[in-house]
Design a protein around this ligand. Structure first.
Ligand SMILES: C[S@@+](CC[C@H](N)C(=O)[O-])C[C@H]1O[C@@H](n2cnc3c(N)ncnc32)[C@H](O)[C@@H]1O
Ligand code: SF4
Length: 459
């Protein structure tokens, strides 16, 4: 893949990442506990019928300077135990509102760093979920782990607790680069960690996370990390573009002072690692994910049924409406989003007084549900097929185009720049245009076109 530099100049301006529509910075305090309860009850009658559960464990042993996640420094054991007890109570409270005929197809632990908790606490949360809900035949039970403190015994016990998807945060194999961003390297060789996770079951998959655009990284150094990763043959691999948002994440200002690679260098890191991954048996999914050809996500991409929620890509078969637990976690129901408070203190006080700790959210209008469908379809499957979308939404193609900010002349400009190709049915992103897919999505978005918010750059 070669991306002409003039396109970078033209399109590398801040746009939403579209991990949700609308993006989380459009959430408002209008979504309260009672609105959320109403939405949960309503979600029982909506699709998808499957249930996805997200559990947020915010604590980290050390905070990485680049971190864009909702992460907090480690608390005392008793404070963390209190947090987990509260989390279990929150699960019971929401479970009471959910139709018992529905099944859980996904459980995802994210953070922060879930593996800072004693593994038996995590097993107990799973036991509670298994006792409260029915599960689909092959649910995905996933956990994000920091390898700086992930022992073999811990992995074994996670597997016994039912985990079959492990996402390991590598970021970079170069220890000097990790040191610059205040991160410890893996305690054990990553190859041995992968072997341990995969041993004994062919149904367990491992993902490795990387970030490009950190201080000190060069095209060659980043490629070296990706080469090392490819030698280990993980099932999935992500190369995140470092999202620099120092106005929200103050610690990121430290990286400004150290000096960040510019857009051109980042683009080269992306394109060289992309080419290398494709040349070595990986298939590109969405913007920054890579999977082996046998992966169900690749099959889903092939038949245009790839889907996405805050936790990452999934197939329409595995995904459900997302019910989220823990501080800052975001529930993603068919009708809208609700986010919990970010304060551990407020979270615990709220649950202890019998209230769900909803801080903000967004309920979508009928129009916005259409926009969400268009943007999701583009972001996941790299194409738009107007008739297919209209049929799925049960409306006319004109009604789809009227709901979004459809501008044929602007699409033509994207085509002239080689970002996409207009087809008889709709449009297809080109390979090099993929990097600017967020710009195309933003062009359809009535909200970003009318209400200004700050976002990170595509590259
Ligand atoms: C919750 S962390 C993963 C688990 C664990 N805390 C760890 O760091 O290994 C989620 C992932 O988000 C990515 N990430 C964090 N901050 C980011 C940023 N500012 N820009 C892009 N990716 C970021 C990292 O790749 C990280 O692995
Ligand atoms: S990247 Fe992971 S370990 Fe580092 S601060 Fe963020 S959540 Fe914690």
């Amino acid at each position: 893949m070669i991306i002409p530099e003039h396109l970078l100049e033209k399109y590398n301006s801040p746009v939403p990442r579209y991990t949700s529509y609308p993006p989380a910075n459009y959430f408002t305090g209008e979504v309260t506990e009672s609105k959320y309860i109403e939405a949960v009850k309503d979600s029982n009658n909506r699709n998808p019928q499957n249930i996805s559960i997200y559990i947020h464990i915010p604590f980290c042993k050390k905070l990485c300077f680049y971190c864009g996640c909702n992460a907090l420094p480690l608390a005392t054991m008793s404070a963390m135990e209190n947090y987990v007890t509260t989390l279990k109570q929150e699960i019971r409270m929401v479970a009471a509102l959910i139709d018992k005929g529905r099944k859980v197809s996904q459980i995802h632990y994210g953070g922060g760093t879930p593996n800072v908790l004693p593994v038996e606490w995590i097993a107990e949360i799973n036991e509670l979920i298994y006792s409260l809900f029915k599960l689909t035949d092959q649910p995905e039970i996933a956990i994000e782990c920091n390898p700086a403190h992930l022992s073999f015994d811990y992995i074994d016990r996670l597997k016994k607790a039912g985990f079959n998807r492990f996402s390991i945060g590598i970021q970079d194999f170069n220890k000097d680069i990790l040191k610059t961003v205040n991160r410890d390297p893996s305690e054990f060789p990553v190859g041995e960690i992968l072997q341990k996770i995969k041993s004994g079951s062919e149904h367990i998959a491992v993902n490795l996370d990387f970030i490009y655009g950190l201080p000190g990284q060069t095209v060659e150094s980043f490629l070296d990390s990706i080469r090392k990763a490819v030698d280990l043959r993980p099932d999935r691999l992500v190369t995140f573009s470092y999202a620099h948002v120092p106005w929200v994440k103050k610690a990121q200002k430290i990286l400004d002072k150290i000096g960040l690679p510019d857009g051109e260098l980042k683009m080269k890191m992306f394109s060289e690692s992309h080419n290398f991954l494709l040349a070595n048996g990986y298939k590109s999914i969405g913007l920054d994910h890579y999977v082996l050809e046998s992966d169900e996500l690749y099959q889903a991409l092939q038949n245009k049924s790839l889907h996405r929620n805050f936790q990452g890509y999934c197939t329409r078969h595995t995904t459900g409406q997302v019910y989220a637990f823990g501080v800052s976690s975001i529930s993603q129901l068919e009708k809208g989003y609700a986010q919990n408070t970010k304060s551990v203190k407020d979270y615990i006080e709220s649950i202890n007084s019998g209230h769900l700790p909803i801080d903000k959210g967004y309920m979508l209008s009928d129009n916005e549900i259409i926009v969400r469908e268009v943007i999701n379809q583009l972001m996941c499957n790299m194409h738009i097929h107007w008739k297919e979308l209209a049929d799925r939404l049960n409306i006319s193609q004109t009604a789809v185009k009227n709901a979004i900010t459809y501008d044929g002349a602007e699409l033509k400009k994207f085509e002239e720049d080689g970002i996409l190709q207009l087809t008889a049915e709709g449009l297809e992103m080109t390979e090099s245009g993929t990097l600017f897919i967020r710009n195309v999505a933003a062009s359809f978005d009535p909200l970003t076109n009318t209400q200004f918010k700050q976002f990170s750059k595509p590259v």
